[in-house]
Design a protein around this ligand. Sequence first.
Ligand SMILES: [Mg+2]
Length: 276
Amino acid sequence: MARGNETRALSSIDLALWDIKAKLAGLPLYRLLGGFRKKIPVYIAGGYYAPDKGLKELQHEMAGYVGLGAKAVKMKIGAVPIKDDIARVKAVREAIGPDIRLLLDANCAYRAYEAIQFAKRAEEFDPFWFEEAVQPDDYDGFGKIAAQTTIPLATGENEYTKHGFRDLINTKAIAILNPDARYMGGITEFMKVAAMAQAHGLDIAPHGDQQAHLHLLAAIPNALMLEYYPPKVMASAEGVYLYTPTLDSDGTVTVSEQPGVGLEPRPEALEPFRIG
Ligand SMILES: [Mg+2]
């Protein structure tokens, strides 16, 4: 199975070829791919660990994302003892209220038995998903966790190609797939994975890059949410690209009608990287 840097390089070329195709057709990518919707729900990812970030600061941060219009927010877990993470999750749930989706991302920090311990204690705080509970290739571990918790499992940011996602889907443990078109094989491969997921009743919530993934989510019926960084959260999200989506008060962003995949850079943003 193709993995790693070769597939990442192929993905970049694939994205560029789709960009050329869409521009030649005079269409935004999502329309070229069929066009399913214009507005996409987003989640704002934050809640990282920091030395000076206590429970109060974490609550303030996560409630701030809700204040920006987000109906879903994501926080990190897995870097401190389980009881301390449970206190963090409890604090965030109290801060954002019962109606905001709370996503938890462990970045592969747990063994399966630890993930089960965590999930059992976290369930009362109604997490929307439990992301990368164990190592990307630990399909057996995902199966064990899924058998022990009602929290939907999400993973896929470190999965590659339709063959990898086929095997991941075959575990029957994952509810939400997080493919990243920049890594896993480009737009061509992403669309195949999305169709395969649809046939298995699974939703797609891509990892990272709101620019190209916005078009892909607007093109597929099983789109769940876009990982989104508003300018207030990540200044570079606004500075690099010519057209950036803005968050509406209903927690969605609207896909651009500009031809192409949505990765048009701002020329002045590239200037510092010019060689010669
Ligand atoms: Mg993640």
